[in-house]
Design a protein around this ligand. Sequence first.
Ligand code: NAP
Length: 306
Amino acid sequence: MNQYDALVIGGGPAGVTAALYLARSACSVLLCEQLTPGGQLLMTDCLENYPGHPKGIKGYELADLFAAHLEGLNIDRQTGAVDSVVGAAGNFAARCDGREYGAKTILVCSGARRRPLGLDREDALLGRGVSYCALCDGNFFRGQTVAVVGGGNSALEEALYLAKIAAKVYLIHRRDAFRGTRVFLDRLRQTPNVSMLLDTVISRLHGESGLTGLTLKNVRTEEERLLPVDGLFVYVGFEPATHFLPPDLNRDAQGFIVTDTEMRTSIPGIFAAGDIRSKLCRQVVTAAGDGATAAQAAFILLEQLR
Ligand code: NAP
């Protein structure tokens, strides 16, 4: 079994940053990533709030730069999902892609996946009109009518993206106030092919082989109506994937991992960084900051374990 100072789980901004900081501190590092480095960056069209890029930077470009930064560093890479972590500080064992690895510390940077609405037939219509990624699937709806559900930055940003492709975009939100950023909201209000349907929830998906429409319900009046659409993009937040971690690891009510300000979890030797962590702000910069802090805290522990 290969032994490492640190096992970094996840190759998004938090994991890449943690891995490169640890490698530059001469720690031996294994980075396990399910697919390819970049995480949610690969599902983001353009980042307008990434410091140093006043004209914005494409998500895939930043992901490429992150990946390039790992080249030449002493970091082992393994593609695959980690399905278990057991042990204690100085002596953890993890399974990734059917192989077992030993690590003195674990840095959980595995992010979060899109939360489904939980409607009947949502799974069956996935890829047949229902999508969680406008960048991946938006082009299938060129010139058509789509709906976006959610009131956070993802919904607002993706509604703007889809408005450039689709003929008509309905933004459906369950309240009359948005939690997303004002700049996106102002832009949406000035986009002629976007209509906002507020205080509205989706109660039913229609269509057999493909989505044909939505039953909408106004939460104030209880009135229902049918909205014909070709596509539905769901942006109702994220849910963390922490099933592979010890059950006694402290999580918040939504399942995100609770850490202190040094990214230490309730289990000594396990650190968490990025979107998997219970916190207010989920951005590329905060994920990278978490990753750097987690690496520094892990390094201090590794020194104590020597
Ligand atoms: P989010 O901020 O958690 O927003 C989720 C939205 O979905 C909320 O408006 C929520 O409504 C709504 N919602 C939740 N469950 C629902 C349900 N069952 N039915 C209908 N609506 C439901 O998620 P997010 O927009 O994906 O953003 C996640 C994080 O990433 C945030 O920190 C965000 O700022 C960040 N982000 C940043 C950018 C950027 O800066 N460019 C872009 C994307 C994401 P309520 O408001 O009523 O709770």
